[in-house]
Design a protein around this ligand. Structure first.
Ligand code: ATP
Ligand code: MN
Length: 463
């Protein structure tokens, strides 16, 4: 089944070419002159192609006049110049075959606008809409840009495990992985006997590939992961998923400043790439989703990110006239409202906060000389808040051991992580970027559930 993609037909404007296109009907319009216009989209671009079907086609009365939104067709024809506005070429059909019907009485996607909430319930059909097609193409382009960015800089792409025996954040918000029959879980002295389970020990879905990425950074220099991560946090927000994709570079011989530099360069690179390569889809988002999105992105790439310490940010927030829902005290974690205030109202651009209080950050972050703060960095952007979390890692054996114990973790579980600080330890740093949060930022889509093909959130595991 040889076909030409519609994006290519529209781009090449090859008048006179004889081609075959296949796709799904968006609309059909019949003219009094005895022919029909059929708008077809195949997902290769936001724009579809207009097909002109003449009444002389043998199946004109029997099939073509019955075509409705959602039917799939194959059209063989000649590319002709379009007299109409909005498109340069169209296809004069010489043959039009219906591949699959879609009964308009029951096909849920009609020409009218549907709410995003409704479209989530038909995730098997929503990629046929303009918005979800555009999101899928932008997500694809951004994935490639991520690899290109790191590969151009000599980073090694690393696959870290999905199933792990360690809890990176020590937060306990993990999904358990087990092969037990849950109706008959083996017990020993009143507790679950994990020795009888598949791995002979408790196992979880990973919340981050960082700890394993550190292993490879301390052998290969610069590495990155790009894969799924899981959090069993029951937060029903527009920025949290239970399964999401994370990009995690990890660099040996790198300190916190180098880490912040890379994060800034990375975000700007991805944005520039999307603005250049996804022009049509970005124009769509700017028109229908968020009228300021392109302006915001152009602002981000043209300005330097604001860098300040957590302590300085607390001072700024303390002086704010804004009424916050949550209080701001030194030592407490910033909420999204505080992060957004800094980006949107104070600095009007992305903000990087560094040197957070030790108490609100994980054990692996390098403790500063003051003993009270760690070399953490969060990158905050307008409308979203935190998009990246990272740090320089603790590379001193004794300090790390102390921090593991302080945070109530068992050093035995981290024996290999500790050994990396015993044998050829080196300063190193890295960060984690939530891929879907970056897609939200780039597209202006307000809910994270609409930038991943299939959402995993509390109560949702269909499709
Ligand atoms: P938040 O405070 O927003 O929940 P976090 O501090 O838990 O974020 P990290 O553990 O530092 O986040 O993870 C690194 C990045 O992964 C975050 O900056 C964010 O972009 C993304 N991220 C974290 N949790 C989620 C989630 N549940 N869904 C989607 N992305 C997430
Ligand atoms: Mn979180």
């Amino acid at each position: 089944m040889k076909r030409t993609r519609i994006a290519q037909v529209l781009a090449s404007e090859d008048i006179g070419a004889k081609i075959t296109v296949m796709g799904w009907v968006r609309t059909r319009r019949d003219s009094k002159g005895g022919f029909s216009f059929i708008e077809v989209n195949d997902g290769s671009s936001l724009s579809g192609i207009q097909i002109i079907a003449d009444k002389k086609l043998p199946n004109y009365e029997s099939e073509i006049l019955k075509l409705q939104t959602g039917c799939s067709i194959k059209a063989v024809g000649t590319v002709v110049a379009s007299p109409g506005k909005g498109q340069k070429v169209e296809l004069q059909a010489e043959e039009l075959e219906v591949l699959g019907w879609a009964d308009p009485e029951v096909y849920p996607l009609q020409k009218k606008r549907h709410s995003f909430e409704f479209l989530r319930t038909i995730a098997h059909l929503r990629p046929r809409t303009n918005t979800f097609g555009a999101v899928a193409r932008v997500r694809n382009a951004m994935s490639l840009a991520i690899h290109t960015f790191f590969q151009e800089r000599g980073f090694i792409y690393l696959h870290t495990p999905i199933i792990t025996g360690s809890d990176c954040e020590g937060a306990g918000e993990m999904f358990r992985v087990t092969a037990f029959d849950l109706d008959e879980v083996p017990q020993k002295e009143g507790k679950v006997d994990f020795e009888k389970d598949f791995f002979s020990t408790p196992a979880n879905l990973t919340v981050s590939g960082q700890l394993e990425a550190e292993i490879y950074a301390l052998s290969m220099g610069d590495v990155y992961t790009f894969g799924p991560t899981f959090r069993a946090e029951n937060s029903n927000t527009s920025r949290h998923l239970a399964e999401f994709w994370m990009v995690e570079p990890e660099m040996a011989f790198c300190d916190l400043d180098g880490n912040v530099d890379l994060a800034e360069e990375f975000i700007k690179y991805i944005i520039n790439d999307v603005l250049e390569k996804c022009e049509e889809d970005m124009a769509f988002f700017n028109r229908f989703i968020d009228k300021s999105v392109i302006e915001t992105l152009e602002g981000v790439v043209s300005k330097e990110f604001e860098r300040l310490t957590y302590t300085e940010a607390i001072e700024v927030l303390g002086k704010a006239k804004e009424q916050f829902e949550f209080p701001v005290d030194w030592g407490s974690d910033l909420q999204s409202e505080h992060e957004r205030y800094l980006c949107e109202k104070v600095f009007k651009k992305p903000v990087v906060l560094v040197d957070y209080p030790t108490g609100i950050k994980p054990f692996y972050m390098k403790v500063n000389e003051d003993g009270k703060t760690v070399r953490a960095m969060d990158v905050l952007v307008p409308k979203i808040g935190e998009i990246i979390g990272g740090s320089q890692r603790e590379d001193d054996y004794d300090t790390l051991l102390k921090r593991i114990k302080e945070t109530g973790l068992n050093p035995d579980d981290y024996w290999w992580y500790l050994e990396l600080r015993k044998f050829g330890s080196a300063p190193h740093a890295g960060f984690g970027l939530g891929f879907e949060r970056l897609i939200q930022f780039v597209t202006g889509m307000s809910n994270i559930r609409d930038v991943i093909p299939f959402q995993r959130t509390p109560g949702n595991v269909s499709f």
